[in-house]
Design a protein around this ligand. Structure first.
Ligand SMILES: C[S@@+](CC[C@H](N)C(=O)[O-])C[C@H]1O[C@@H](n2cnc3c(N)ncnc32)[C@H](O)[C@@H]1O
Length: 212
């Protein structure tokens, strides 16, 4: 089934007003991500939402191509970029499933709070692997409900039917790590802040890029 933007278009305004759940953990993830950046790098973000992370990273790289399925999320992101005078982030409506990126061209791909929302995360991981240059980096933060909230799988179909929840896949952090490894990546950094259901992972495509 083709992914739908309906839930996200409807929630964009509210989502943009929600404070970050754990600001210290968010800042730490930004800092860890920046250890992998170089000023000449191009970054692709999938499911960028209202653009906060792309805009925060913009000063550290050459260009960020920030993409999302939801036009309403992107409209807010564009307003935020204009207000902050950020000119090296482009926002574009695209799904993970349909986006076209030439193989071996991205230095860094980011997907935050996205993999658990995909029908086929394994296909997405394989695609991200192909997009990256050898030595390229995949940075993700993923809600892994299977460890602490496995019962969510029982609630989710009802929530989705009633329209107050998106489609959410329930899996454990170990399952995710295994799937990232099976896609060909080597895990370089893994962190789950205490009490968080989100797992932050930096994974590397093996190899060495001459441009680095
Ligand atoms: C939970 S929000 C996360 C937004 C942002 N990355 C963040 O961390 O705040 C998930 C985002 O993924 C987008 N999304 C969901 N499914 C998608 C898909 N198949 N392709 C592209 N974007 C998708 C939604 O529109 C939404 O903006």
């Amino acid at each position: 089934m083709a992914p739908s933007s309906k839930f996200w278009d409807k929630s964009a305004e509210k989502y943009s007003k929600q404070p970050v759940a754990d600001e210290a953990a968010y800042q730490k993830k930004l800092e860890i991500t920046r250890r992998y950046f170089q000023p000449d790098m191009t970054v692709l973000e999938l499911g960028c939402g209202t653009g906060s992370t792309a805009l925060a990273h913009a000063p550290y790289v050459k260009h960020i191509r920030a993409t999302d399925i939801s036009a309403n999320m992107l409209a807010i992101a564009k307003d935020k970029a204009a207000a902050a005078n950020v000119t090296n982030v482009s926002f574009e409506q695209a799904t993970v499933e349909d986006i076209a990126v030439a193989d071996g061209t991205a230095d860094v791909v980011m997907a935050h709070s996205l993999l658990h929302l995909l029908e086929d995360k394994e296909a997405a991981l394989a695609k991200i692997y192909r997009m990256l240059k050898p030595g390229g980096v995949f940075v993700s933060n993923t809600v892994c409900l299977g460890d602490k909230m496995w019962y969510f799988a029982l609630i989710e179909p009802v929530g989705r039917l009633l329209g107050f929840m998106p489609m959410v896949k329930v899996f454990t952090a170990n399952h995710l790590v295994e799937r990232i490894g099976q896609a060909g990546f080597a895990i370089d950094h893994q962190w789950q802040p205490e009490k968080s259901i989100g797992v932050f992972i930096v994974a590397k495509k093996p190899g060495y890029s001459v441009s680095r």
